[in-house]
Design a protein around this ligand. Structure first.
Ligand SMILES: O=C(O)CCC(=O)C(=O)O
Ligand SMILES: [Fe+2]
Length: 348
């Protein structure tokens, strides 16, 4: 592993010791387990998801879908309509949603929080193309995206093996101790918001990650600073889960009751061909407090992008072009168009 990256501490020795897990997550701001889930369950999920990914044309035809060999002419990401078209097919897979409810994940989140928990309705899969590194998920705290409560726990898990070069997740241990949401700024990467981890004296910006294997899982609360590593492989897709868990009865932001935005689907679209009923609208049985989504983080990012684009920043111009081309970020679309016209840059 390179000098800048250290290995995550493995907590398998404490899986049955709730008090110790609570101490470690409070101190380190994360918990990492090897093979928390039987790898076979992940391989099976991978087969199902990668087969759909091949059907939508993102894998090289006639290769084994398990190898995840990407057609690199098809590099798309969140925010592109082409990404949404493929992601929607993956997002309909019942077992993908069910995986967030696997008892292995739920039990350990209950132990580390010491309370009854449930998965957020919104599940997230990431399908990451190789050599598309400028779109890599930048350094951030999850609260700006998922909101609701600082007590939410994210679970990041590769669907298959994910060695460092495939671009897994990295965290800064103890960074949650800042105990507040830091200033995030415009970024081209997924989520669109970045924080400068070096700008805060309280944070020692040492990044920790792993050569992840199928079944491994990394958990962290909503204020822990993290990012994805770039996918430097020549031709491999990175496929992973990042799901969120909440304390039953806690606050949940309204958008987390909806399917993940890039899927562009409604729950009825998603449920159309499901074989079981138990997970359909399961959250309605729980008495959680729904709170309004706070748009200030993304609004600020967009306003910064407008200013940066005016100053000629290529990433910001690209983002504005993309939001016009995909014409669904209705927010501020007119402003984006005006800036590009002003600059005389083409819309694509
Ligand atoms: O997998 C990624 O690229 C981003 C994941 C992430 O930020 C998360 O799990 O919260
Ligand atoms: Fe995140």
């Amino acid at each position: 592993m390179s000098n800048e990256l250290k290995y995550l501490r493995v907590s398998n020795d404490a899986v049955d010791d709730a008090a110790e897990l609570q101490r470690r997550i409070a101190d380190d701001g994360y918990l990492f387990f090897k093979r928390l889930v039987s790898p076979d369950k992940l391989w099976e999920l991978r087969r199902e998801m990668m087969s759909v990914i091949q059907q939508v044309g993102w894998l090289v035809a006639d290769t084994d879908p398990m190898d995840g060999i990407a057609d690199i002419n098809m590099r798309y990401t969140e925010g592109d309509n082409e990404y949404s078209a493929g992601y929607a097919e993956v997002y309909k897979i019942e077992n993908f949603h069910r995986s967030a409810h696997w008892p292995e994940y739920l039990d350990i989140v209950e132990k580390m929080t010491g309370a009854p928990v449930m998965p957020h309705p919104q599940k997230v899969a990431r399908i990451w193309f190789p050599k598309y590194t400028e779109h890599t998920t930048p350094t951030h705290q999850d609260f700006v995206h998922f909101q609701g409560s600082y007590d939410n726990i994210t679970c990041w898990a590769p669907i298959g093996d994910c060695p460092i070069e495939l671009g897994g997740l990295a965290v800064i241990p103890r960074s949650h101790k800042v105990n507040r949401v830091l200033d995030h700024h415009f970024s081209l990467g997924a989520g669109g918001l970045i924080v400068d981890e070096t700008a805060h004296d309280e944070i020692d910006p040492v990044w920790h990650t792993a050569d992840y294997e199928a079944g491994d899982a990394l958990f962290f609360p909503a204020l822990t600073i993290h990012r994805a590593l770039p996918n430097y492989t020549d031709d491999k897709l990175r496929l992973s889960l990042d799901n969120r868990y909440m304390l039953v009865g806690d606050n949940i932001a309204e958008h987390m009751l909806e399917p993940h935005g890039p899927s562009q689907l409604s729950w009825d679209d998603i449920y159309l061909h499901w074989r079981h009923e138990d997970l359909k609208f399961y959250w309605r049985k729980f008495d959680n407090r729904v709170v309004e989504r706070d748009m200030s983080y993304s609004d600020k990012g967009f306003a910064e992008a407008i200013d940066l684009a005016r100053a000629g920043d290529k990433d910001a111009i690209f983002m504005l072009q993309r939001s016009i081309k995909n014409a669904r970020d209705r927010v501020n679309l007119d402003e984006a168009l005006a800036v590009l016209n002003e600059l005389g840059v083409p819309l694509e």
